[in-house]
Design a protein around this ligand. Structure first.
Ligand SMILES: [Zn+2]
Length: 227
């Protein structure tokens, strides 16, 4: 339970990073504030999970509703954190932790701003590659070559259809999987993306003209890592 809660706290911090980093706001020093009335939150309003429940999903100053998604996202990360450190040990736990954190942060920046934030992608990508290399994970040059060819095609011909940020992300993740596994990842991502956009358009009667794809790629990644 403590492990889950610690994960939620970390998830709460990552949420702050993902909302502030892409727009150049400081995320270490400046205090959290209500996005509506700008009131700085007091320390007892900053306790992950409990504060938001205690305040009944409203800002204590302006009564503006705080979206429940914040809570769900924190819990989701808490849950993943719990699973990783409960079921795995040593280097594998560390690799999974870094990999999932990278996926989590980039999914959020894609959802909030429709970008695969380079300030997260490159540092985390390099860290991930160093760890995977250090701990002797299998590297698949064939997958890398295949991805480079696809990246080349997308860059010159298909950029209107497939975000190049998504492609860069696949270049970081893909070479550590076989081509077969890579196709499973893409299949899970596309299928879940299709289902969600179908449900979304049925429920809201609006069509999605831009689907953030990183959350679905991350789902594909989780599928590969855990099954
Ligand atoms: Zn407020």
């Amino acid at each position: 339970m403590l492990l889950f809660y610690f994960g939620c706290c970390l998830g709460s911090f990552l949420m702050v990073v993902a909302t502030r980093l892409p727009i150049g706001e400081d995320f270490l020093v400046s205090r959290s504030h209500c996005h509506h009335c700008q009131k700085t939150l007091r320390f007892y309003e900053l306790i992950p999970l409990f504060s938001i429940l205690f305040m009944k999903f409203r800002c204590s100053a302006c009564q503006k509703r705080i979206p429940i998604t914040y809570l769900l996202v924190e819990c989701l990360y808490g849950f993943l954190f719990f699973i990783v450190f409960k079921s795995l040990i040593g280097s594998i736990a560390l690799v999974y932790f870094i990999w999932i954190t990278m996926a989590f942060l980039l999914s959020l920046t894609d959802l909030f701003y429709w970008i695969v934030e380079p300030k997260i992608l490159y540092p985390f990508g390099c860290l991930l590659w160093s760890l995977l290399y250090l701990f002797d994970w299998s590297f698949y040059p064939a997958t890398l070559i295949f991805l480079l060819l696809v990246a080349f095609l997308i860059y010159f011909f298909l950029q209107a259809y497939f975000g190049f940020g998504d492609m860069l992300l696949l270049l970081f993740w893909g070479p550590w999987f076989t081509i077969h596994q890579l196709f499973i990842l893409l299949f899970v991502a596309s299928l879940s993306g299709l289902i969600i956009s179908y449900l979304y358009s049925r429920l809201t009667q609006q069509s999605i003209n831009h689907l953030p794809f990183v959350p679905f790629l991350s789902l594909g990644l989780l599928f590969l890592l855990f099954f």
